[in-house]
Every structure is written in C-alpha cells, then in structure tokens.
Design a protein around this ligand. Sequence first.
Ligand code: ZN
Length: 137
Amino acid sequence: MPKKSVGVRCKSSRCRDREFYCHELTVQDRIEINVGFFRSGQLSDQRNFLASYVDSKETTKKKEGSRKNKTMIYTLPIHEQRKQVCQHMFLSTLGVTERQIRTALKKRQRDGQIAMKGRGGRREAEKVEDEEKRQSY
Ligand SMILES: [Zn+2]
C-alpha cells in the first residue's frame, strides 16, 4: 500500500497533444512510483528525487521580446525510463505539493552554488598564498 494515496490522474487532452506520458501511465505504474518515492521515509531522499526528476528551463518568450521565463519540466521514472508528464500528473502521482518541489529545487541550487564557491574559493586562496610566498623570497 502506498503511504500516501495516489491522486486523481490527468485526463487532459492537451497532454496527449504535447506527447506527455500522462495517458500511458497505468494505475500500477503510479502506485509503484509512489511507493518508491516514500520507501526510504527520508525527507532528504524525497528531495533528491524531486530535484532529479523536476527540471526548470529558462525559455525566452518570443512575444515578449527578451523576457526570460522559467518552464518546469516534470518527469517520472517509468520502466527505467524518464517520461515527461504534466505538473498535475506529477504532483498527484507522488502526493506532493508544488511547494515541496520548489524547496527541493532551491536546495539543489544552493548546494550547487556552495560546492562551486568552495572549489573556486580554495583555488583562489592557494594562488594568493603562493604569490605571498614568492614575494617574501
Ligand atoms: Zn497531463
């Protein structure tokens, strides 16, 4: 039994037009994804899942000139493949809220920035140290 019940599936014909996987997903698939998501019971694992299956892409709207817009891409692991679904299908299959996804993505972004800063910072520090050494000789 899934820990959280699987929500109402997506029936939008727009998703069929966009070739999303919403219509192909069986009830069994959705339960398996849901169970897998909650299996470990660790919030960090769930965040990692969300951060790795949801992507945000910056798109430029042609109509509004150069204004940048963020599009969210939702995918689900289906038979060891990533299939794109709409937000509704993603949220209702996993039983999560949009807010949880935003938190997961924000956390991923922050961790990435810290990692980059750490690496670059250290290199900079070493360079300065070397220069100081050279100057003192
Ligand atoms: Zn859909």
